[in-house]
Design a binder for this molecule. Structure first.
Ligand SMILES: [Zn+2]
Length: 638
């Protein structure tokens, strides 16, 4: 028994070391299963109490407050039962390396890695090259900021290219490259390709933290740190929608993510629960179970997406992952193909988590022969542009782009009986080029399609006509805007409840809606503007929005309030009161907010700042009661 335990512990320790170096040998899920096995055999084992790996050699730095790990789950039901009725803050879980920054008198004193949680490695000199880590902040107190170092996709390939010119070994992955940089004795300047995202704040002197996690994160923003897109979640539905948003972000692959983190919004609640030696009890990570396998590439085909991105897809000898036979794996972008010399015969490690498309993780063995990267679009033969990471077909009339855009619409509008094959046939006959063309088709047009009888033509014609009426988030998803999935639209529809209002939002307003980084807000804003003509054409052929989102229905006054900071009564008290008066309590300030309720009109919280920027009134608790009464009176009279 003892021997078995020791063997298992040694195995876990070896995997921890490999992981810390960014070279994991097994999937996170497989690793967690090993820890669980040890927990069954010896729940008190020292290894289970220790969140990371001990630092050897190098300059060691002690953590005044231990840097803990996170408890995690792969099951939504487990996550929801842990949350219970509490308000939580969801953030992206960045797949990077934990880092602690200690500031005093407004200056960065020391930057250190997590190490074993008690002592980490001093990496202050390297951190000076990282733009996202300010050397100076506008707060004199002795404080500590914790977060994740990571390498965004675009920076990763720039970094890999620079490492090649320095004759350094090729990085295995964005996570591996950060671990490698932290351990490196020279070439500190390479650290400038790395980003830092702040997740936590601690005061080491008398600084008192605010009462909520959201307000704490607002302080980090005010100090100039990037955040992992926090969102305040007040219901099960909101938590599930947030998870969907995170999945969209993982699929977009702009930044290495491996799940979401949920924290109690009430810091008093989190404090009351305290910590184990391994993790805080007021925080939980959620991940999707991912199975990995090694597969051999048979061929690489290039697909033009509706955004014109020409993506390499590996056709592999079939392998089983999560009980499904996998034959195609996305290689993400041409930069991967170039960097890892992916070609016929290459052996690659792949992962499939949940229902996400199987994807390339790393290369196991290089194949023989020539590297084949296309120079023209496989569909329309236009010469391809290259942004350093991706290949792009810039031809707006590219048949592959049109077909993908149509297929996306068919999926969003849920048109039955309209397969890819039929769409392709329609395009070949010149019947359909763009989405509005679908609604101009007559039954006789459909009869020109191969293998199309009278009955089927009638049914298909009716199905297309029926798809004209659709809810706003499906119409918006159907427009095919990069970065805009269903979850994104549902969040924005809370701020701007009609299509018109949503199209009128500025990039700043989209960014102010909680959870949108400036970059993605701009992308969505530009995407909307670029689709204006398409929307107008769709409305002209009879497409129509039905049933506004649920929060807008019923006998609501339409007034929306936001609370910033602590009031004399708990938030739940005001939520009930506001809803009883037919208004809504929302979590983010937008152009549609009626007023922001705060006990401190001089506050510099993010919500109060947003209110000032958008010229939205700041009111006290007493003012709120008066406003609610007044409105209730008005509604009664009309
Ligand atoms: Zn093309």
């Amino acid at each position: 028994m003892r021997a078995e335990i020791d063997q298992l512990a040694a195995k876990i320790e070896a995997h921890r070391r490999a992981y810390a170096q960014g070279e994991p040998l097994i999937s996170d899920f497989e690793y967690d299963a090993l820890e669980e096995q040890l927990r069954q055999l010896d729940p008190q084992h020292a290894l289970l109490q220790q969140p990371g790996v001990a630092v050897t050699g190098a300059a060691k730095a002690t953590h005044a407050v231990p840097m803990l790990s996170l408890q995690k789950t792969y099951r939504v039901d487990e996550l929801l039962s842990w949350i219970g009725a509490r308000e939580v803050v969801g953030t992206l879980k960045i797949d990077g390396n934990s880092l602690s920054l200690v500031y005093q008198y407004g200056k960065l004193q020391v930057a250190k890695t997590r190490g074993d949680g008690q002592r980490g490695e001093n990496v202050t000199a390297k951190s000076r090259y990282i733009d996202a880590i300010p050397a100076q902040i506008t707060d004199d107190r002795h404080l500590e900021i914790r977060g994740e170092l990571c390498c965004e996709t675009a920076s990763f390939f720039a970094l890999a290219a620079e490492m090649e010119t320095l004759a350094l070994p090729r990085p295995l992955s964005p996570r591996n490259v950060v671990a490698g940089l932290l351990g490196r004795k020279e070439h500190h300047q390479l650290a400038r390709h790395v980003s830092f995202v702040a997740c936590d704040l601690l005061y080491h002197d008398d600084g008192a933290l605010p009462t909520t996690e959201m307000d704490k994160l607002a302080i980090l923003t005010a100090l100039g740190f990037a955040l992992p897109q926090p969102q305040l979640l007040t219901s099960t539905v909101a938590v599930e929608a947030y998870l969907e948003q995170v999945r969209e972000k993982i699929a977009a692959d702009d930044i290495p993510l491996d799940g979401a983190v949920f924290s109690f919004n009430s810091l008093a609640q989190a404090r009351a629960l305290g910590n184990t030696t391994h993790h805080p009890r007021g925080r939980m990570a959620f991940k999707w179970q991912g199975e990995t396998a090694v597969a051999k590439i048979d061929d690489i085909v290039w697909d033009t997406s509706r955004f014109g991105i020409v993506t390499p897809v590996a056709e592999i000898e079939p392998v089983f992952l999560n009980k499904a036979s996998i034959r195609r794996v996305t290689l993400h972008n041409f930069a991967n193909v170039k960097l890892y010399k992916l070609k016929r015969g290459s052996e690659i490690k792949i992962v499939r988590s949940g229902e996400v498309i199987p994807k390339f993780l790393s290369v196991v063995r290089e194949g023989e022969g020539e590297l084949a990267i296309p120079t023209s679009c496989p569909s329309c033969k236009t010469a391809l542009a290259d942004d350093g990471v991706r290949l792009l077909c810039t031809n707006r009339d590219c048949p592959a782009r049109q077909l993908r855009a149509l297929l996306n619409w068919v999926k969003c509008a849920a048109i039955r009986d309209l397969s890819e094959k039929r769409l392709t046939a329609m395009m070949a006959l010149g019947l359909v080029q763009s989405i509005p063309d679908l609604y101009r088709l007559t039954r006789d047009d459909l009869l020109r399609l191969p293998r199309m009888g009278e009955r089927l033509a009638s049914r298909l014609h009716a199905a297309i006509a029926a798809s004209k009426k659709l809810p706003p988030e499906r119409l918006l998803s159907g427009l095919g805007i990069r970065g805009g999935g269903r979850a994104t639209w549902l969040v924005l529809l809370q701020v701007a409840p009609t299509i018109e209002a949503l199209f009128a939002l500025s990039a700043a307003e989209i960014s102010a809606a909680e959870g949108f980084a400036e970059k993605s807000a701009q992308q969505i804003h530009q995407g909307l503007q670029a689709r204006r003509a398409l929307l107008d054409e769709l409305l002209a052929v009879g497409v129509e929005v039905i049933a506004p989102p649920p929060s807008q229905s019923g006998r609501r006054s339409g007034d929306k309030y936001v609370i910033s900071g602590a009031l004399s009564q708990p938030r739940a008290f005001y939520q009930k009161l506001i809803e009883e008066h037919g208004a809504t309590l929302t979590t983010s300030v937008s152009a549609n907010t009626t007023a922001v309720v705060t006990a401190d009109s001089n506050s510099t919280s993010s919500k109060v700042n947003a209110a000032r920027r958008l010229k939205i009134p700041l009111i006290s608790e007493q003012d709120l009661l008066l406003c609610l009464e007044e409105n209730a009176q008005k509604n009664k009279n009309t």
